[in-house]
Design a protein around this ligand. Structure first.
Ligand SMILES: Cc1cc2nc3c(=O)[nH]c(=O)nc-3n(C[C@H](O)[C@H](O)[C@H](O)COP(=O)(O)OP(=O)(O)OC[C@H]3O[C@@H](n4cnc5c(N)ncnc54)[C@H](O)[C@@H]3O)c2cc1C
Length: 414
């Protein structure tokens, strides 16, 4: 860095920022990455790592996946999902057919305090200058550059860069100050997470559990088994509904655990390990501009969370991977203008928009408890339907069919 000048700054070293940095390092591109915390640090989350995370780890370096598979004390392999309908019927859907032949678990549950640090420590310090405890506070665009002001242990510093990557999550300064983002409750979810010890009756292959309880629709209550025998438990609900229905989420969570006829049995004698904590989920149910002159937005800063499943880690990592590619092009062409960087938007949405649109439809449909009951009842009895749902996890074309109501008819009555 010369006179506090550099080409690339990444703000935030969560999955989006770390993956951007890892791909830049792979191409020997020098950059600075700042995070307001010091690692390892917690992130409020369900801790479920989907197949998309597994795919990107594979793209980064196959050895990362081997390492995760071996680290059984921190990352629990998960082989499927249990869906619970509003009427209490459940169905187990494996993530793949021949589980025994898989080289790696198709998904994992890993505390973010571990997983994020796992990624962060892999950043190659030859190319990345890593600055922890550095909170980005202010951004000013000046003569085709951005002046980044951050505070570290009470002192103010500044760096001037050609391009800044906003990867600071839900409350991104880059998204607000350069992208003009404002929170939209119709595309935003409120979530709570708690760790419990002693929850009973998990699936032997560590299926994650999503229970679509009537009072939470279109949100859900989750229970995810973890490597240390504890469980990640929580719920998420659209913020617009939380305000409209004046719902106290903490109270709702406690009610489910203590009074729901099924769950109170499973939580009998279970202990809350840490407090119940809340954080927001900026959903990708509406297209936004995720780049502009001298900046790119990634992960939660770009609002890329799946509106139906709440999955955000995979999309954050994917956007980081795409961001690194476009940064390399921008450096080669020495172009950091809005027009040039808009190719980034096109590629990210090209990869994610179909999927996000389908999830938006499913989120809307899940407002109807009768429809959920119908799907889960039928799936609990029909192996063919369970297989169809399993294929939908992997196959976007198959999932697209859910957008047409006629296909429900075919699915259920054939
Ligand atoms: C309750 C809940 C449950 C969830 N469950 C799941 C799940 O099970 N699976 C899943 O895939 N997704 C889940 N998500 C979504 C997932 O947590 C996010 O999508 C994911 O963390 C996004 O990664 P990110 O790197 O964009 O942001 P983050 O993980 O939030 O990382 C942002 C980083 O930026 C740093 N930072 C913040 N502000 C600044 C600043 N001003 N300056 C410098 N650094 C800054 C932070 O310290 C942090 O390290 C859940 C979310 C919530 C709230």
């Amino acid at each position: 860095m010369k006179n506090n000048e550099t080409a690339i700054v990444i703000a935030g070293a969560g999955p989006a920022g770390s993956v951007t940095s890892l791909f830049l390092c792979r191409n020997k591109i020098p950059h600075i990455i700042l995070d307001k915390s010091s690692f390892p640090r917690d992130k409020i989350c369900g801790d479920a790592l989907s197949g998309k995370v597994v795919d990107i780890l594979r793209k980064l370096d196959g050895k990362l996946l081997d390492e995760l598979n071996l680290c059984q004390a921190q990352a629990l392999g998960s082989y499927g999902v249990k869906f619970g309908a509003p009427n209490g019927t459940c169905v187990d859907i494996p993530f793949a057919k021949n589980i025994e032949s898989l080289k790696s678990a198709p998904g994992f549950i890993s505390r973010r305090v571990y997983f994020d640090d796992f990624l962060f420590q892999k950043i190659d310090r030859t190319y990345a200058t890593v600055i922890e405890n550095a909170e980005v506070k202010e951004l000013i665009r000046k003569e085709n550059r951005v002046e980044v002001t951050y505070v570290q242990q009470g002192s103010q510093h500044s760096i001037s860069c050609k391009l800044i990557v906003g990867a600071e999550g839900d409350r991104s300064v880059v998204a607000r100050k350069l992208g003009g983002y404002v929170k939209d409750d119709r595309h935003y979810c409120a979530g709570l997470r708690a760790y419990y010890k002693g929850v009973k009756n998990f699936h032997p292959q560590n299926f994650i559990e999503l229970h679509f309880l009537k009072e939470l629709l279109p949100g859900y209550f989750w229970i995810f088994p973890m490597a240390n025998g504890e469980a990640n438990v929580g719920l998420g609900m659209l913020s617009a509904d939380v305000s409209k229905r004046k719902i106290n989420l903490k109270q709702s969570l406690m009610n489910i655990i203590q009074h729901h006829p099924e769950f109170k049995k499973r939580f009998e004698g279970a202990q809350l390990v840490d407090g119940i904590k809340g954080w927001g989920l900026p959903l990708g149910s509406k297209k936004r501009k995720i780049s502009g002159s001298n900046f790119l937005l990634t992960g939660d800063a770009a609002s890329l969370i799946d509106p139906f499943t709440g999955e955000g880690i995979g999309n954050a990592m994917l956007s980081g991977m795409v961001a690194a590619k476009h940064i390399q092009c921008a450096l080669t062409e020495n172009r950091f203008d809005e027009n040039f960087l808009s190719e980034y938007d096109r590629e990210v949405y090209g990869k994610l928009w179909n999927e996000l649109k389908i999830s938006r439809t499913l989120q809307r449909l899940s407002r109807y408890p009768w429809l959920f009951n119908l799907v889960i009842n039928k799936a609990s009895k029909s192996e063919r339907l369970r297989n169809t749902i399993m294929i939908m996890f992997d196959n976007l074309e198959a999932r697209k069919r859910l957008q047409n109501p006629l296909n429900y008819f075919k699915l259920f009555y054939k």
